[in-house]
Write a protein that binds this ligand. Structure first.
Ligand SMILES: Nc1nc2c(ncn2[C@@H]2O[C@H](COP(=O)(O)OP(=O)(O)O)[C@@H](O)[C@H]2O)c(=O)[nH]1
Ligand SMILES: [Mg+2]
Length: 688
C-alpha cells in the first residue's frame, strides 16, 4: 500500500499539527476503529450464540468476506495515518480478563436484581413464583461465579498447575491429568468444578495430629522434640484462643492471620509476640490463626501438627475455637503431666474427641521424673481410670523429651504414629482414586453422547428435559432460600434472650418457694435450661440444612435417571457433607439469689420480679459474651454447610445441564470430529 502523503513536518520544517490537533486526529481514528469493531460484531450476528440477537442476518458469506476485506483496508490506513504523523498509539492499560471481570460483576448485579425482593415492586408474588425466581437467580449466579473463579485462576492455569505440582509428588493423579486435558481441549467446562473438588481433597493429604493437655503439661516441648526444633515457646502461657498449626515448608516461617487485617508472614522468632498471653494479652492483637512452616523430615512425611491451647475453661472463645477445630484432626493426643493426676478436664477432652470421631492417644509426659516402676504404675492407673470413666479403653504411653528417656518418645512415634498415618493416608488416597474413577466414567459418557447417533427428540422427551431443567433450577432456588432462612434463624436464635428469662424465672421462683427461701443456688437448673434453650433454637437450623441435603439428593437422583445418566450420584452425596454443629457450652454458671426473709409475704409476683432482676443482672453479661462467640461459630458453620452443599450440587447440576443441551442440540459433527472424540474416549479408557 502506498503511504498517505502526510509527513510530520512541512517544507519549512515546522510541525504539521499542534498537540491539540494531533490529539484530535488520534481520537478520530480511535472512534473509526471502534465503529469498525461494531460493524464486525453486527456482521457476526449470524454466528453469535446471543440469546437475543439484535439483527436479522441477510449478508451472504461471500459479501461478508468482502466487507471484512474492506475493514482490514480501512484499519491499515488508520495505522498509517498515525504512524506518518508520529502520533503515538497508547498501549492498552486494562487487561482483557479485567474487562471481562468487570462485566461479569455487572452481570451478577443485574441477575441479583431479579430476586423476589426486587420483583415484588412490580406486583405481588406467590411462593411458587418466588421459588422459581430464586432458582433462576441461583442458577445464573452459580455459573457466573464459576466463570469469575476461572478468570481469577489466571486463565485456567490454576487447575493445571495444581495438578502438575501434585503429580510430582505422586503419580496416582496421571488419570486426573489426562481427564483434565480432555476436558479443557473439548470444552467440557461443566467438569471443572468436580476436578477442582478432587484436587482440594488430593492436596489435603496431610495427616493432622492435634495435641491437647493443660497448660504446662509439656505440649510445646513434645512438639519441639518430635520436630527437632525449638521454635515453639516453652514454659509460657499461650493465648487461649489460638491453636497453632505446623506444616511442611521450605524455610521456617510463621503466617499470622488477623480478624481485622491482612495476614502477616514473618520469621519464627516473632511467634511469641502473637502466641503468648504475655505479649498478646487476651489476644488484643486479634489474631485468628497461626500457621508455622518448617523444613522438617517428620513434616515431609505428610504429618502436620497442631499445638492447641486446650479445652480448659469451656466458656472462653478459645475453647469454642478448639472445639470447632476438633473434627478436623486425624488423631488427638491428650497429654497428662506425670506430676499431676488425671483431671475432669482431661476426661472431657477425651470425650469431646470421641464425639468428633477422632482417635485418641493418651501420653504421660515428663516420664524422666519418675522411676521406671512408678512410671509403669502411673501408666496402668491412668489407663484403668480412663477405661472406667469413659467406658472404653484408650492406649496410654509414657514419654519424655529428656535425652535420657527420648527412646520412649521415638518408640511410640515409630511404632504407633508412622504406621497409623500411613494407613490413614492410604485411605484418603483411595477415596480420591475412587472419585477420579467416577469422573472418568462421567466424562466418557458425556463424550459418548456427543458422538452416538440419537433418535430425533419426541415432544415427550422435550417435555421431559424441560422438567428436569426445572427441577435442577428448583434445587438452586432452595439453596438460595435456605441460605437466607438459616441466616435469619441463626441470628434470631442467639440474640434474643427474653424467652429464656420467662422460662427460667418461674422455675427458679418455684424452687425458692418450695424450699422456703433456703435454696439460694439454682446453677444446675440454670445450666440445663440455658443449654436446652439454645439447643431448641439451633437444632431447627441443623434440620433445615439436613432437609435441604435430602431434597438435593432427590433432585440429582431423579435427574440422573430421567437423563439416563449411568454414573448415578452417591446415595449420601449431600448428607455426608454435613458436619456436626459446633457445641455450645456456657461454662461454669454461678448465680446467687438473695431474697429478704419476708419476701414470701409479698407474694409470687414480687418473688419473680426480684429473681428476674438478680438473674438478668448476674447472668446476662456473661451469657451475652459466650453467646456472641458461639453465634459467630454457629453462623460460620451454617454458612459453610450451605456453601459446601451448593458447591457439590453445582458440580453435579452442571453436568446434567450440559447433558440436556447436548441431547437437545443433537449431533452436528463432521466425521473428523467424531473420529477425534472417539479417539479421546479410547485414550481415557486406556489403562495407565
Ligand atoms: N523433666 C521434664 N520437663 C519437661 C518435659 N516436657 C516439658 N517439660 C517442662 O514442663 C514445662 C512446661 O512445658 P511446655 O512445653 O511449655 O508445656 P505446655 O504449656 O503444655 O506447652 C517446661 O518448664 C518444660 O521444660 C519432660 O519431658 N521432662
Ligand atoms: Mg505451650
Amino acid at each position: 500500500m502506498t503511504d498517505i502523503p502526510l509527513s510530520r513536518k512541512d517544507k519549512s520544517g515546522k510541525k504539521l499539527f499542534n498537540p491539540q490537533q494531533a490529539n484530535r486526529l488520534r481520537i478520530g481514528c480511535q472512534h473509526v476503529d471502534q465503529l469498525l469493531t461494531d460493524i464486525e460484531t453486527i456482521l457476526n450476528t449470524g454466528f453469535s450464540s446471543a440469546a437475543f440477537p439484535q439483527y436479522r442476518p441477510d449478508v451472504t458469506p461471500v459479501r461478508h468476506q468482502c466487507i471484512e476485506d474492506y475493514i482490514v483496508q480501512i484499519r491499515s490506513r488508520l495505522i498509517q495515518v498515525l504512524k506518518s504523523t508520529n502520533i503515538p498509539i497508547e498501549q492498552p492499560k486494562v487487561s482483557v480478563s479485567k474487562a471481562v471481570s468487570v462485566r461479569l460483576t455487572a452481570i451478577s448485579i443485574s441477575v441479583d436484581e431479579l430476586r423476589p425482593s426486587y420483583m415484588k415492586g412490580y406486583g405481588s408474588l406467590n411462593s411458587e413464583s418466588e421459588s422459581e425466581l430464586n432458582g433462576i437467580v441461583g442458577e445464573m449466579q452459580a455459573i457466573v461465579k464459576q466463570l469469575h473463579q476461572f478468570l481469577n485462576e489466571t486463565g485456567g492455569q490454576n487447575i493445571t498447575e495444581r495438578l502438575s505440582r501434585l503429580q510430582q509428588e505422586d503419580n496416582n493423579l496421571a488419570l486426573l491429568s489426562r481427564i483434565e486435558d480432555v476436558v479443557t481441549r473439548l470444552g467440557l467446562v461443566e467438569f471443572r468444578g468436580i476436578i477442582a473438588s478432587i484436587l482440594d481433597r488430593a492436596e489435603d493429604k496431610q495427616f493432622e495430629i492435634a495435641v491437647f493437655g493443660r497448660v504446662s503439661s509439656g505440649k510445646s516441648s513434645l512438639l519441639n522434640a518430635i520436630l527437632e526444633t525449638d521454635i515453639l515457646p516453652v514454659g509460657v502461657t499461650p493465648v487461649t484462643a489460638l491453636p497453632i498449626h505446623i506444616g511442611q515448608g521450605d524455610e521456617p516461617s510463621i503466617t499470622v492471620s488477623f480478624a481485622d487485617r491482612d495476614p502477616v508472614k514473618t520469621g519464627t522468632e516473632h511467634l511469641h509476640e502473637y502466641a503468648t498471653e504475655q505479649d498478646n494479652p487476651s489476644n488484643k492483637k486479634r489474631v485468628s490463626r497461626i500457621r508455622i512452616t518448617l523444613p522438617s523430615p517428620r513434616l515431609k512425611e505428610g504429618i502436620g501438627f497442631v499445638d492447641t491451647p486446650g479445652l480448659g475453661s469451656l466458656a472462653t472463645s478459645g475453647a469454642a475455637e478448639t472445639r470447632a477445630y476438633l473434627p478436623n484432626a486425624d488423631l488427638g493426643i491428650v497429654l497428662i503431666d506425670s506430676g499431676s493426676t488425671l483431671t475432669a478436664e482431661d476426661l472431657g477432652t477425651i470425650m469431646a474427641l470421641r464425639e468428633a470421631a477422632v482417635p485418641v492417644h493418651v501420653l504421660i509426659s515428663k516420664a524422666d521424673l519418675l522411676s521406671a516402676q512408678d512410671c509403669t504404675r502411673l501408666t496402668d492407673y491412668v489407663r484403668d481410670q480412663i477405661a472406667a470413666r469413659c467406658g472404653e479403653p484408650y492406649p496410654v504411653w509414657p514419654v519424655s523429651v529428656q535425652s535420657s528417656h527420648r527412646y520412649l518418645l521415638n518408640q511410640w512415634y515409630t511404632d504407633h504414629i508412622l504406621p497409623f498415618s500411613a494407613m490413614a493416608k492410604a485411605l484418603k488416597e483411595a477415596s480420591v482414586q475412587r472419585k477420579i474413577g467416577l469422573l472418568r466414567e462421567s466424562v466418557v459418557s458425556a463424550l459418548q453422547s456427543r458422538v452416538e447417533p440419537t433418535a430425533p427428540l419426541t415432544p415427550e422427551m422435550k417435555k421431559n428435559f424441560r422438567e428436569v431443567e426445572a427441577a435442577i433450577r428448583q434445587g438452586n432456588g432452595w439453596i438460595e432460600e435456605k441460605r437466607l432462612e438459616t441466616m435469619r434463624m441463626s441470628e434470631i436464635a442467639l440474640s434474643d434472650l427474653t424467652g429464656l428469662w420467662s422460662i427460667l424465672v418461674p422455675a427458679i421462683a418455684d424452687r425458692i418457694t418450695s424450699t422456703n427461701g433456703h435454696e439460694t443456688s439454682s446453677d444446675d437448673l440454670i445450666w440445663q435450661t440455658v443449654m436446652h434453650y439454645i439447643q431448641e433454637r439451633i437444632i431447627p437450623v441443623h434440620d433445615l440444612i439436613q432437609s435441604l441435603a435430602t431434597r438435593l439428593q432427590v433432585i440429582t437422583k431423579g435427574s440422573a435417571s430421567a437423563l439416563a445418566i449411568e454414573v448415578s450420584p452417591d446415595e449420601q452425596q449431600f448428607n455426608s457433607l454435613i458436619r456436626d454443629m459446633p457445641i455450645f457450652d456456657p461454662g461454669d454458671i454461678s448465680v446467687t439469689f438473695s431474697l429478704p426473709v419476708y419476701s414470701s409475704l409479698l407474694g409470687r409476683n414480687h418473688i419473680e420480679k426480684t429473681v428476674k432482676d438478680q438473674l438478668v443482672r448476674q447472668l446476662k453479661p456473661f451469657l451475652k459474651s459466650s453467646l456472641t462467640d458461639y453465634s459467630r461459630l454457629f453462623t460460620r458453620w451454617s454458612e459453610s454447610m450451605i456453601q459446601t452443599l451448593e458447591r457439590s450440587y453445582e458440580d453435579t447440576a452442571a453436568q446434567y445441564r450440559a447433558q440436556i443441551t447436548r441431547l437437545q442440540n443433537g449431533i452436528d459433527h463432521d466425521s473428523d470430529e467424531i473420529r477425534n472424540i472417539e479417539e479421546e474416549i479410547a485414550k481415557l479408557r486406556e489403562p495407565l
